[in-house]
Design a protein around this ligand. Sequence first.
Ligand code: CTP
Ligand code: CA
Length: 232
Amino acid sequence: DGESLDGALLAGRRVVVTAGGTREPLDPVRYLGNRSSGKQGVALARAALAAGAEVTLVGANLQVEAPAGVDLVTVETSEQLRGAVLSATTDADVVIMAAAVADFRPRSLAAHKIKKSEDGTDPVIELTRTPDILAEISAHRARPGQVIVGFAAETGDDTHTPLEFARAKLARKGCDALVLNEVTDGAVFGQDSTAVHVVTPDGQVAEATGSKDDVAVFLVRTIAGIAASTVG
Ligand code: CTP
Ligand code: CA
């Protein structure tokens, strides 16, 4: 078990956390999804509660139980997640976008189950971009001083480190902090322990490793620090 949190740290603050992974319907029985379990987001919701916050958890297909005491909003698709986030963030002090949001969805939802064709031709699924919720809420803050935190799982490539990608993403999204999960050594999905870097627009990088609960406590402290230094 990790370190404890000061129960007054976020007292009176409204925190919205998104967790899990969206599913984009293809036909009545199929969807495009991802492997996010929701563990990190749920751990963050639990840590924010322990810090005294009023917490709304927007859960997309959670594979772990939501903590007692959160206001749980259940969604399935990225469009539903967007609606829930826009409505929950109107009076939020802090928004933490830990959910894995689909980047693409099938362009159309088939009214009937897609069947194998008689002539053996393979179907082609056309995809279209989903709205970028994090960029949208960062560009149009529901209230001044609202602290918005994004997540990114990155591998590096031949010319860029994961941290460089994270810095570029932070700037592109316009949020106040980006939590980087490095996935170079294998997937973090569904695992209990994790390693993160938190990058902020001032160029600072904070680092933490441990269980997802330990990391959540660290992130809530870091986010509370940002909230305290932001004029609201
Ligand atoms: N996100 C979002 N809406 C989307 C996609 C992502 O709000 N349609 C949020 C995620 O919840 C996360 C952050 O944006 O907090 C970064 O997600 P990520 O997938 O790393 O960023 P993308 O801009 O989708 O870039 P990439 O092409 O690397 O997937
Ligand atoms: Ca993405």
